[in-house]
Design a protein around this ligand. Structure first.
Ligand SMILES: *Cc1c(COP(=O)(O)O)cnc(C)c1O
Length: 466
C-alpha cells in the first residue's frame, strides 16, 4: 500500500481532523456576528502566506486545516453576519449550514438517480414545493444550478429552443446558421447576467430591443414594442439596484396573447411571492414560461444554489440535452437533464433543508423582516442631513446618495474602510450611488442602527467635520 494511502486511511479512522475543522468552524461562528465585516489590512497582507509553489511532499490534513483557518478565516468577508449589505448576497440559516456539513461526508453527485437516489428524491420534492410556493403552473419543472447566471442561461436556452421549434426549426439539429430570426426584448436595466446569457446563446447585444425604464427601474409597459411568437421577453422580479418589480400582471397578459416567451429574472425578488404582505409584487408571474431564482440570496441557503423553473419541460430538457428524450421518461429523476452539467454537487440537500426548516411561515417572516430592516435603513438615513434615499423601498434594496458624485464616492470609501458594515457602490439614473441590500436573516435593528451611525460619521469625516 502506498504511503499516501496509509496516511489517508489513518486520518479517516482517527477523525481528529474532522473534529478540528468543526471546532474551528464553530469558533468562527462565535465571532463572526460581532467582528469587522471586511478583513483587516493585516489579514489581507497575510494572504501572501498562501503564495508558495506546488508542494512536493504530502502534508498532514491537520496542518492543511490549521493553515487554512489561521490565514483564511480572518480574510473572509463576514457575510453570514448581520452587517454585510454588499451586492445582493445572503447569510445561511442554521439548518442549511448543518445539512451542508453532514452532506459533505456524503459527497453526492446528483447527475442521475442511480448515482444518488437521495439527491434525486430531494430534487423531486423541492421542485413540487417551489411550484406551490411561487404559484407556478403544475407542469413546471426545476433544474438546480449554481446560481441565477446559470438559471438565466438555461431558461433562455429553453426559450430559444421553443421559439425556433415553433417556426419549424430544430436548433439542436440545424444550429443557428440560417435560422429564422428571434426577437429579444428586455429593459435597459436588465441584469448583466441576462446580457451574458444572451451572448452565450448567440444573440448579439445590438440585436436586443431595449426598453426604457421608469423612475424605479421598472420596464415601461407602454413602451414595450408589439410582441409576436418570435419574441422572447425578459422581465425582472427585483431590480438589482432599486429592488423594484416589473408590472407582471399587465405585461404578461399582453405577451401571452401575442404568444411570446416570457422569462423572469427573479434572482432575489421571486421570494417576495412567499411573503403575504409583499406577494402583490410578484402577482402575474405564473403567466411566464421560465423563471430564474437563487437560493443563496434571499432564502439564505449556502452558496452556490440557483434554480431554473420552466413550464415547458420539453423545451428545457431539449435545450440542455440533445439526448433527453427517452431517459427523461424514466419514472425516477435524472437531474442532469434539467441542467447544462452532468456531474453536480448535490446543492439540493441544503436547499431542501432550508425549506423544510423554515416552512412557508418561516420564509414569510424571514423575508418580511429583511424588508422591514431595509425600510428602517432608509428611514434612519433620510433623517440625516446629507443623505438622500433615491428609491421606493418596496423590497430589500436601498439606494442612497450624497450631494455630489464625488462626495458619495468619498463617503462610500470611508464606510468601507470603517468596516462596521460593508456596502457597495453602483450607478443609478446617471448618478454614483451607495447600494444597500438587506438579505441576511441575521440583520437586527441594532445592526442597522450601528451601520447608519457609521454612515453618519463617514459623511462627517468626508465633509471635514471630524
Ligand atoms: C445576483 C443576480 C443575478 C446573478 O445571480 P448569481 O446567483 O450571482 O449567478 C442575476 N440577476 C439578478 C437580478 C441578480 O440580483
Amino acid at each position: 500500500m502506498a504511503e499516501i494511502h496509509k496516511k489517508m486511511l489513518a486520518e479517516v479512522k482517527d477523525k481528529v481532523v474532522f473534529h478540528e475543522a468543526l471546532q474551528r468552524g464553530l469558533t468562527y461562528i462565535d465571532s463572526v456576528l460581532e467582528r469587522n465585516v471586511y478583513p483587516t489590512d493585516e489579514a489581507l497582507d497575510n494572504l501572501n502566506q498562501f503564495d508558495e509553489s506546488m508542494p512536493e511532499e504530502p502534508s498532514s490534513a491537520m496542518d492543511v486545516i490549521r493553515k487554512l483557518d489561521h490565514y483564511g478565516s480572518p480574510a473572509t468577508v463576514a457575510q453570514i453576519g448581520g452587517r454585510y449589505f454588499g451586492f445582493v448576497n445572503g447569510s445561511v440559516v442554521p439548518s442549511g449550514l448543518s445539512a451542508k456539513l453532514l452532506a459533505s461526508f456524503w459527497d453526492q453527485n446528483t447527475a442521475m438517480y442511480v448515482i444518488s437516489p437521495i439527491a434525486a428524491k430531494l430534487e423531486t420534492v423541492v421542485q413540487q414545493w417551489l411550484k406551490s410556493l411561487f404559484g407556478l403552473p403544475e407542469q413546471t419543472v426545476a433544474g438546480f444550478v449554481s446560481g441565477t447566471s446559470a438559471a438565466n442561461l438555461c431558461g433562455l436556452a429553453a426559450a430559444r429552443f421553443r421559439v425556433l421549434k415553433n417556426q419549424g426549426w430544430d436548433i439542436n439539429q440545424r444550429g443557428f446558421h440560417g435560422a429564422p430570426p428571434i426577437r429579444i426584448i428586455t429593459s435597459k436595466e436588465a441584469h448583466s447576467t441576462v446580457i451574458k446569457a444572451l451572448g452565450l446563446l448567440g444573440f448579439g447585444y445590438n440585436l436586443i430591443e431595449f426598453v426604457e425604464t421608469d423612475s424605479q427601474g421598472r420596464i415601461r409597459a407602454d413602451l414595450i414594442p408589439e410582441l409576436d411568437d418570435k419574441s422572447i421577453l425578459i422581465l425582472a422580479a427585483g431590480n438589482v439596484n432599486s429592488g423594484s418589480f416589473d408590472n407582471f400582471s399587465e405585461i404578461c397578459l399582453t405577451a401571452r396573447k401575442a404568444d411570446a416567451w416570457i422569462h423572469i429574472d427573479g434572482a432575489f425578488g421571486l421570494w417576495a411571492s412567499g411573503t403575504k404582505k409583499l406577494s402583490h409584487l410578484t402577482r402575474g408571474i405564473e403567466q411566464a414560461n421560465s423563471w430564474a431564482v437563487d437560493g443563496h440570496k434571499t432564502l439564505n441557503t449556502p452558496y452556490d444554489c440557483g434554480i431554473v423553473l420552466c413550464s415547458d419541460k420539453e423545451a428545457l430538457t431539449s435545450a440542455l440535452h440533445m439526448s433527453a428524450g427517452y431517459l427523461v421518461l424514466s419514472d425516477t429523476r435524472d437531474g442532469m437533464f434539467y441542467t447544462p452539467e452532468m456531474s453536480r454537487r448535490a446543492r439540493i440537500i441544503e436547499l431542501w433543508a432550508t425549506l423544510k426548516y423554515l416552512g412557508t411561515v418561516g420564509i414569510d417572516q424571514m423575508v418580511y423582516e429583511m424588508h422591514e430592516r431595509a425600510k428602517q435603513f432608509a428611514a434612519e438615513l433620510s433623517g440625516i442631513d446629507g443623505f438622500t434615499v433615491m428609491n421606493e423601498v418596496v423590497f430589500n434594496q436601498v439606494i442612497v446618495v450624497c450631494e455630489s458624485d464625488s462626495l458619495t464616492e468619498k463617503v462610500l470609501g470611508f464606510i468601507q474602510q470603517d468596516r462596521v458594515c460593508w456596502v457597495g457602490g453602483s450607478t443609478w439614473k446617471g448618478k454614483k450611488v451607495i447600494r444597500i441590500s438587506v438579505c441576511s436573516w441575521a440583520t437586527t435593528e441594532q445592526d442597522v442602527s450601528v451601520s447608519v451611525h457609521s454612515f453618519k460619521s463617514c459623511l462627517d469625516k468626508a465633509l471635514g467635520k471630524e
